[in-house]
Design a protein around this ligand. Structure first.
Ligand code: AQP
Length: 350
């Protein structure tokens, strides 16, 4: 098994050398195509972190089952997201990109952690309250225990840092609480992860309802931009973005539409808000929208080209999926063996 592992990090480990880089874990649900929000709040930051950390990025397909998915579409979306990770710049030879459902230890550890998590804690989760108010009758147990599966994702890989958007901070806090509770009883089994919140792009808002976050499962496609949207579609969606009836470009919480467009522009250009306001002084909303659309199109274009290239090379992508899932399984099983031993579950008889 060890000989099959080709990721540099794990070769070092196999050779008994000290691994110095910290571990980062994050993931996305294949509930749709990656949006501008997912890109700026997560993927773009991952690419910036990938050389300085040992990164593990999951396509967290088990999480997406809390909402009913159409099977063929789920399969396609999951593969597209994994390919988009690579197309955006994640190196699958150095870092790990994999499907959560290819590593059975996620579900196994989630069950164990359920037994160390209190109902009161889960009931306080904002995401549960929000999603259960939207899902009609389908308020399933998976939606409720979503945070324990997320805790399992993170803790299985002895993660140091978790880059999360604003909306996921609470889930990371509960992960830390569960890990600390478990460690108090059984010793140092899990590393206690810290949040990594990027300086910009933490919360990108819907283009149609700028007080609501942009979401890939939004029923209104004008509310989000997909990473795979064609340039003319991107320009059209930005031009239709809801603003207000004022004319002057100002950055203020009570002008959420225009503020959100400036935030998006800032994430791409890395310019300060003051510089951006100077640049657009005396100009109208139309000019700002044109500029925002153009920076998005320009950055997405090479990613889209790389995506199309990779999508055609099925054998190569399949080989990456196989190799990466082997490494993920190796690491996850290492933690899982330790957990089972500490809990007193009977060892396998060979
Ligand atoms: N609007 C956003 N702005 C900044 N970051 C965001 N993220 C999500 N939306 C925004 C970050 O993207 C990562 C992946 O999220 P996820 O796929 O696990 O699910 P989510 O947070 O629920 O994202 P969506 O797009 O809103 O999915 P649906 O519609 O299925 O609920 C996370 O790091 C998240 O913080």
């Amino acid at each position: 098994m060890y000989a099959k592992l080709t990721h540099k990090l794990y070769l070092l480990e196999v050779k008994g050398m000290k691994v110095v880089k910290k571990v980062i874990y994050s993931g996305m649900q294949p509930t749709g195509v990656i949006t501008l929000g997912n890109y700026l709040g997560a993927l773009k930051n991952w690419v910036n972190l990938k050389d300085d950390y040992n990164c593990i990025f999951g396509v967290v397909d088990l999480h997406s089952l809390t909402v009913r998915q159409e099977p063929a579409q789920l399969r396609k979306q999951a593969r597209d997201i994994l390919i988009l990770y690579i197309a955006a710049g994640i190196d699958p030879e150095e870092n790990i990109v994999y499907f959560q459902s290819h590593v059975p230890a996620h579900a196994e550890l989630a069950w164990v952690l359920n037994c160390y998590t209190y109902m009161g804690e889960l009931s306080r989760m904002t995401q549960f309250k929000e999603k259960s108010s939207k899902q009609g009758e389908n308020i399933n147990a998976g939606l409720y225990t979503y945070p324990t599966l997320m805790a399992a994702d993170i803790l299985l890989y002895q993660t140091d840092l978790v880059p999360v958007g604003d909306d996921q901070k609470q889930h990371l806090e509960i992960t830390r609480d569960i890990a600390q509770r478990f460690n108090q009883v059984y010793g140092d089994v899990f590393k206690i992860p810290e949040p990594y919140i990027a300086k910009s792009g933490a919360r990108i808002m819907s283009l149609q309802e700028p007080t609501k976050k942009m979401s890939k499962s939004d029923t209104n496609p004008n509310g989000y931009i997909h990473l795979l949207d064609e340039p003319d579609v991107i320009m059209k969606k930005i031009k239709r973005a809801v603003t207000d009836s004022n004319r002057e470009i100002v950055y203020s919480a009570d002008r959420p539409g225009i503020k959100s467009l400036i935030d998006i522009y800032q994430c791409f250009t890395q310019e300060s808000i003051e510089t951006i306001l100077d640049r657009f002084q005396g100009k109208g909303y139309g000019e700002l929208k044109q500029a925002v659309g153009e920076v998005i199109v320009e950055e997405f274009k090479p990613i889209q080209n790389k995506f199309k290239e990779l999508q055609k090379d099925k054998a190569y992508v399949d080989s990456l999926i196989k190799k990466n899932s082997e490494t993920a399984n190796y690491l996850a099983n290492k933690t899982m063996r330790k957990v089972k031993k500490k809990l007193g579950l009977p060892p396998l008889v060979k």
